[in-house]
Design a protein around this ligand. Structure first.
Ligand code: SAH
Length: 244
């Protein structure tokens, strides 16, 4: 897709999702550069399954930009299981006030984010390779972020245990999910309590994609105290006996 068509499609996608104010000229340039790098590197490394230009604009960029309105100014944020940088890269581009850490266990994806940060001169993102359940044991990361977030990483109870340990007391975990699922999202108050958090607050909205739309769910979980010593458990335990 050439630059003019990209800009027109991006403008339409932002308008359809009421976020035109975010698409400043500088943001549009950065998103086009990100799109070009994603397409060229994806052909070498298989970074993402979403590759058509329209899908990248709607399902990667706009989908992630919609999270921005839920994040207070100047927050520190960790994106757990960021993959090729979603939501961290679009957020970093539209919100230079944020201090973002992008975490993934796959090296090639972290290298991609580092390449993008270098080429686009993004100052507010650090990408690190590691497993969430191990990095959350490091005092430099544990109980220390204003916000943790994750998109398309694991089912909700598993995600709570991977993401909540990073959040400081008073901070919030924002889970980006697809269609609403009563079965998946209904975690018991005692389980989130074990993770020092309050009951999740679930809201649904539509991602408008041309004439169609897809349901999305945002789940907010407020952290109220420090993470107990026994969390997060080892990954095999987290998935074998999820907190439900
Ligand atoms: N958030 C991105 C990627 C989703 S794919 C997006 O929405 O496009 C899920 C990613 O989570 C993969 O890149 C995988 O390497 C990573 N991941 C899964 N479990 C993880 C863990 N325990 N710690 C760190 N990364 C993990």
């Amino acid at each position: 897709m050439d630059k003019t068509t990209f800009f027109n499609t991006l403008a339409l996608a932002c308008e359809q999702n009421s976020i035109s104010a975010l698409a400043t000229p500088a943001v549009r340039e950065h998103l086009f550069a990100l799109y070009e790098l994603l397409v060229s590197e994806n052909s070498k490394y298989n970074l993402t399954a979403i590759t058509s230009p329209e899908d990248v604009i709607y399902k990667h960029f706009v989908d992630c930009m919609l999270l921005a309105q839920h994040i207070p100014a100047d927050s520190t944020l960790i994106d757990v299981g960021c993959g090729a940088g979603f939501p961290s890269l679009p957020l970093c581009i539209v919100r230079p006030d944020l201090k973002i850490t992008a975490l993934d266990s796959t090296n090639k994806k972290i290298h991609f984010i580092q390449l993008v940060a270098e080429r686009l001169k993004l100052q507010n993102i650090t990408a690190i390779c590691g497993r969430a359940e191990e990095i959350a044991r490091d005092v430099a990361f544990r109980d220390s972020f204003d916000i943790s977030t994750a998109r398309a990483v694991a089912n909700f109870p598993v995600l709570c245990e991977l993401c909540l340990p990073f959040v400081r007391p008073g901070g919030v975990f924002l889970a980006m999910k697809g269609r609403y699922s009563e079965q998946e999202f209904n975690i018991s108050p005692s389980s989130v309590g074990q993770l020092s958090a309050n009951a999740p607050i679930v809201s649904t909205y539509l991602l408008n994609i041309g004439d169609a739309n897809e349901q999305r769910t945002l789940i907010k979980v407020n952290k109220i105290g420090k993470t107990r010593d026994n969390f997060p458990r080892k990954y095999a335990q987290i998935t074998k006996k999820p907190l439900i």
